[in-house]
Structure formats: C-alpha cells, structure tokens
Design a protein around this ligand. Structure first.
Ligand SMILES: Cc1cc2nc3c(=O)[nH]c(=O)nc-3n(C[C@H](O)[C@H](O)[C@H](O)COP(=O)(O)OP(=O)(O)OC[C@H]3O[C@@H](n4cnc5c(N)ncnc54)[C@H](O)[C@@H]3O)c2cc1C
Length: 474
C-alpha cells in the first residue's frame, strides 16, 4: 500500500495535539492529526458533554479548569478558539474573584485581570479547538483512526533509529518528517517505541490519587464562586471548579490506596459525605447534571526520549501528557500541554526538523529547561500529600523537615489573610509565575508571620471516622 505523506503527523488530538497542530500550521507546516476517537456530535455544550464518546481519554468528562497561564497563551495564539468557547456558553472566570469578598483581601485590584480564564467543560474546550484546527487549510484531521505502529528506518552505523511515520489500523500508512506523540496519559506512543525494541526513559510514581466528581447546574450558584478551587481536609481534598452554561463540578480527591472511601462512587454516599463539609456542602445543592464520575490511577509519570545525553530515537517527540503527567489537583495539564506545543513551535523556528538528531536534542533540552522543573514541583507536592493522607488514614499527623512542603503549607495558610500573599499564591497556582514571586518585598516574612501557629486544615470537616460512617451508612 502506498503511504500518504505529511510533513508533521500528530498522534492524538487532545489539547496537546490540537494546540500543536494550530501552532505548526500557522508556521506553514502541513499537519495531519490522527485520533482513534470519533468526531464530536453536532449541537450545543450539553450535547458535546453528554454525547462525545472518548474512550481514548479516561478523564474526558472529569472536572477541568484551564489555568490563567494556559488561557493567556490560548487567547494570544488562537483567539478564535476562545470565541468559539464563549459562543458555546463558556464564561470569563477570574480565579481570585471568589476571594475578593474575604475581609482581609479587601476587594479587586486594577491588575487582577491577569487571573482571568474561561470556565468551560473539557469537551466544550476541545471541540472549540478542534473546529479551529479543522478550518485551517494546513491541517488534515483524521478521527476514528487508531495508530497501531511506528514506522522506523534501520539505523546507519553509529546512529540511532529514526521514526518515519505511522501505520494505522486497517493497514493505512502515513509517512512524516516528524511524528509528534500527543497520545496522552496512556502513552501509546511510548508503548509503540517499546514494541520496536526502543526504551525511552520512564519514571512512574508508585501511588496516585482518585477523583469522585459530580457536575451540577444552577445559574444562581454558578455565579457565586468559592474563594478558591481547592480545599484541603485531612484524608480528602475537595475541588469546586466552574464550568460553562451554568454548570460546575464538585470533586472528592482521595488517595488511590484509600479502599475505605471507594464507596464515594455511590451517589448517596457521596452526598452524605459532602454534607459533612460546611464550607463546600452547598455546592452540591444545584441540579445534578451527572452521576458520580470516578477516575483512579492518577499517578505522576515522566518520559524522555534522550537517555544519558543520547537520543533513543529521532523523528519523534512527545508533548503534553505523553511526555509527563501528574496528579491533576492543580489543573496544570492543559496549560503545560499548550506551553509544550509552543516550545515545539519555537524549537522548529531554531532548528530544521530535517536535522533529526539536532532537533530531538534541542527540543529535549528545551523541555527539560522550561517544563521539567514545573513537573518536579507537582511531583514533590503529590509525594508529600500522599504521605500526609496515608498518615491521616491511620490517625497520625504527617511531619517532614522538607522545606518545599513546609513552604507550600505555609503559603496555603497565609493566602486568605493578606492581599499580596493571595496574589503571589494565585500567580503561582495560575501558572503565571514561578516560586520566585515569593521573594517579592516582605512576602516571605508575611507568609511566615501569618502561617505561624495556623492549623493544617483551615476548613471545618468531619474526623475520619465520621466520614467513613457517612460513606458506609445506608
Ligand atoms: C481527573 C483529571 C482531572 C484533570 N483536571 C484538569 C484540570 O482541571 N485542568 C487541566 O489543565 N488539566 C486537567 N487534567 C489534565 C488534562 O486532562 C490533561 O493534561 C490533558 O488531557 C492532556 O492532553 P493531551 O492532549 O496530552 O492528552 P489527552 O487529552 O489524553 O489526548 C490524547 C489523545 O490521543 C488519542 N490517542 C491515544 N492513543 C492513540 C492511538 N494509538 N491512535 C490514535 N489516537 C490515539 C486519544 O484518543 C486522545 O484523544 C486532568 C486530568 C485528569 C486525569
């Protein structure tokens, strides 16, 4: 069979693949985007949410928020995508707006616009990007087509193997100068490399988290936001994220190892449990849009195609979750994916993809420099939080002398008490700035003073025994 030819083949059409396609096509590249899942149904936001079957993305219906850092990049690079989301019912959302009414924060400031994003459910966001990609003459979208195998070229002596394209189910082949693996958490691109005897570096955490989410709707409640999205309690965290069209989600985040709380996937148990948290309980009073959506196995993973300074393979790079993923509690996945796509575009401006070795090495180095520190920070947080939850599950209090965790806990305790600390925390959590903002004048001192003696968990909630009793009752 003759192979079709594309100069860039993108394996996977999630946020990473779509953003990569849009950015590379804008540079004049001919891009083919292949995804195993079907196209979206026609219709409005609710039709997209309920009707788009995405077996290739386990978290497709889960709670998602695009952070301001990702929104800013999207609005700059693809404003049409944002317009489409707004047309479909997405709404502007400022991640600190809910905190403006907190006494110590003292209302909005002129430069709070940087904390803006869009509140939009994941299928609506993705359908908007897809529509923009499909409208671009440089992008060919192939949906419902699974990539089964990578086509590689025999290496010349002293060189590593080079990927030359992909083979799809049904036998279709597509050759490409560059294959971009955007296959998501499942990392099917890395598995295909292993199938041909290549071994990318891979680091996976031993344990992870589990989400139990329900979506609700009420125009009234949707416009009254909590002061922040995430609330830490002893052995659970609770996330409240805004969506489009008057919807929002409420999520219990537990350790994946917490078998005793698996009952949260039952709707009645979930409701009995949320009633025990006075700060968050009223968020479960809207009209339910979904049953409980449970997603487990949320472990950090990081892969790299350059090992000990040598590329394992050339002609292929990984972006987004196919490169690295973490516990999604901080909602950084799509923003990281967008940044990674922009980094790939920027690397292409510097290095010709025909020089496959130089291209692979330059992109790997750029990824390591710009994105790996972020992933390491999330991974460290996950490790400590899981250790903390493990302790709480057995009635013990977690302590560590790791300054990383102590600083994060102190920042969390101080953010509601000082308007500058709040904004420093939001700059970090919105992925607008790194931890260097904590070096702003007097911030460090104020965090230390405001967090001294603060209890670890600031919001009222049940002790573990009461929570378990609620989950198992009935
Ligand atoms: C529970 C949960 C909650 C989350 N919440 C947030 C949040 O609030 N904010 C945020 O920014 N991020 C969040 N994330 C992370 C976010 O979902 C991911 O970072 C994002 O989906 C990454 O996009 P991606 O394009 O890399 O991968 P994916 O979205 O997984 O897309 C991969 C695509 O590749 C396709 N594919 C895979 N293998 C093949 C193959 N062999 N052939 C053809 N196609 C293939 C799949 O069908 C899929 O469409 C969350 C994740 C989870 C698990």
């Amino acid at each position: 069979m003759n192979a079709a030819v594309s100069d860039t083949l993108i394996l996977g059409s999630g946020p990473a693949g779509l953003m990569t396609a849009i950015l590379l096509a804008a540079e004049g590249r001919q891009v083919t985007l292949v995804d195993r899942d079907p196209p979206p149904p026609k219709g409005k936001a609710d039709d997209l949410y309920a009707g788009w079957k995405r077996l290739g993305v386990r978290q497709f219906s889960q709670a998602h928020l695009l952070l301001p850092g990702g929104f800013r990049l999207l609005a700059k690079e693809s404003p049409e995508s944002v317009d489409r989301m707004l047309d479909l019912g997405a709404v502007s959302h400022n991640i600190i707006a809910g905190a403006w009414h907190v006494g110590a924060i003292d209302g909005p400031r002129e430069d709070d616009g940087r904390f803006e994003t869009v509140a939009v459910r994941r299928p609506v966001l993705e359908a908007s990007l897809l529509a923009v990609a499909e409208g671009h003459p440089g992008i060919t979208v192939r949906r419902g087509l699974r990539v089964n195998r990578l086509k590689t070229e025999k290496p010349r002596a002293g060189h590593c193997r080079r990927v030359r394209g992909v083979a799809c189910e049904g036998g279709e082949e597509i050759n490409a100068e560059l294959v971009v693996d955007a296959s998501g958490r499942g990392a099917s691109g890395a598995a295909m490399l292993r199938d041909v005897g290549l071994a990318p570096y891979e680091q996976r955490a031993e344990a992870g988290f589990r989400y139990y989410t329900r979506f609700f709707r009420s125009e009234y409640l949707a416009s009254r936001l909590p002061p922040w999205a995430g609330f830490q309690h002893d052995s659970v965290s609770i996330l409240v994220l805004p969506g489009d069209s008057g919807t929002w989600s409420v999520t219990f985040v537990t350790s994946d190892r917490d078998q005793e709380l698996r009952g949260l996937s039952n709707r009645d148990a979930w409701h009995r449990a949320i009633q025990l948290y006075p700060t968050e309980a009223h968020w479960a009073e809207g009209k339910p849009v979904t049953d409980v959506i449970a997603t487990g196995g949320l472990r950090s993973a990081h892969r790299c195609l350059v090992v000990a300074g040598e590329p394992v393979v050339t002609g292929i790079v990984a972006v987004g979750d196919a490169w690295a993923s973490t516990n999604p509690f901080f909602g950084a996945g799509m923003t990281t994916a967008f940044r990674h796509a922009a980094l790939l575009r920027d690397t292409m401006r510097l290095v010709d993809t025909r020089d496959a070795l130089a291209f692979s090495m330059t992109f790997a180095a750029a990824t390591e420099r710009h994105l790996l520190p972020l992933w390491r920070g999330f991974n460290d947080w996950d490790r400590h939080r899981l250790a903390e939850v493990d302790h709480e599950m057995t009635g013990r209090r977690y302590t560590t002398d790791d300054p990383f965790w102590q600083k994060r806990v102190a920042l969390e305790a101080a953010r509601a008490k000082d308007p500058d600390v709040l904004r420093a925390a939001a700059d970090i959590s919105g992925l607008l700035a790194g931890p260097e903002v904590l070096a702003r004048p007097s911030i460090k001192e104020r965090i230390a003073a405001l967090s001294a003696g603060a209890s670890r968990y600031h919001y009222p909630g049940p002790v573990r025994g009461e929570l378990l009793a609620a989950v198992t009752a009935g």
